[in-house]
Design a protein around this ligand. Structure first.
Ligand code: FES
Length: 285
């Protein structure tokens, strides 16, 4: 095929394509705003109008619809009245002046101070002397006559719970032996006629009860036995019962529970008291 003929065909196709493109664009631009009707529908409409003799107003084109919408939006714009800007007020530096570093530093200091204060308070409380009136201090356990009556009522034993102590009589005939064994404050009390014995067993700390049948103290935990004045007579205890000193003033007896005197050594038997009946606890000597 001749090159000129081929070029003419290509140019003709390009012109045809350009015509189709322009025609399509024109048809879209002039198309009615509400859309396009089919050819059959338009034919029937024309027939109906011919029968009625009426001709409706021409429908707006797409461009006219767009221009009307733009005009409508523009009409809705309301100009804003000019306003005076609010004066600048600088923020409070105390409010915003704490940086994250400062926050953590201050928190660390506060927590450390609180911890040290708590430790100090606990140390002071630990080292503070025991309050007077409770166990660990001086306790008034009553009049001498009342204590003697209590011992008689208890069949030889008088228990003072607030002092955690047993009170028993000390026989006057045993004082010469006691003087050689006991510390002076304890012996002073024995001279008055009493022992104030700590209820805690010297073995492992159980509360030692009295045994009315044997008239001894007999520990239920491991069977240690003590005579009525707290001298060890059997069992695993390493010594006799510990005891407190006491003073008598105006007929009242005050026990110093803050000062515990260790019990007499094993083998001490100043009263020579033998069991006066069956033991409450077996296992002693
Ligand atoms: Fe009293 Fe062991 S605690 S004998």
């Amino acid at each position: 095929m001749n090159a000129w003929v081929l070029a003419a065909i290509v140019v003709a196709l390009l012109l045809l394509a350009g015509g189709v493109f322009v025609g399509t664009a024109r048809r879209h631009d002039t198309r009615r705003g509400e859309g396009a009707l089919s050819r059959e529908t338009r034919r029937r409409d024309r027939a109906a109008r011919a029968v009625e003799g009426t001709e409706p107003p021409p429908a707006p084109t797409g461009k006219e619809v767009e221009l009307a919408a733009v005009a409508e939006r523009s009409a809705e714009l309301v100009p804003v009245a000019p306003s005076v800007p609010a004066p600048y007020v600088p923020p409070d530096p105390e409010t915003i002046g704490v940086t994250r570093r400062q926050f953590f530093n201050r928190g660390l200091v506060a927590l450390t101070s609180a911890g040290l204060a708590g430790f100090g308070a606990a140390t002071v409380a630990f080292l503070w002397s025991a309050p007077k009136g409770g166990f660990g201090g001086k306790i008034n356990i009553g009049k001498v006559d009342d204590i003697m009556a209590g011992i008689s009522l208890g069949d030889g034993f008088y228990y003072v719970p607030e002092a955690r102590a047993w009170v028993t009589q000390y026989p006057a005939e045993s004082l010469p032996k006691a003087e050689k064994v006991y510390a002076a404050p304890v012996y002073a009390g024995q001279q008055i006629g009493f022992n104030t014995l700590y209820q805690k067993c010297p073995h492992l700390g159980c509360r030692v009860p009295q045994c009315l049948s044997s008239q001894w103290f007999e520990c239920p935990c491991h069977g240690s036995q003590y005579n009525r004045v707290g001298e060890k007579r059997g069992g695993p205890a390493p010594r006799g019962m510990d005891r407190f000193a006491f003073t008598v003033s105006g007929g009242s007896v005050t026990v110093d529970t803050g000062n515990i005197f260790l019990g007499p050594p094993i083998g001490t038997n100043t009263t020579g008291q033998e069991p006066q009946g069956p033991h409450c606890i077996t296992g002693g000597e």
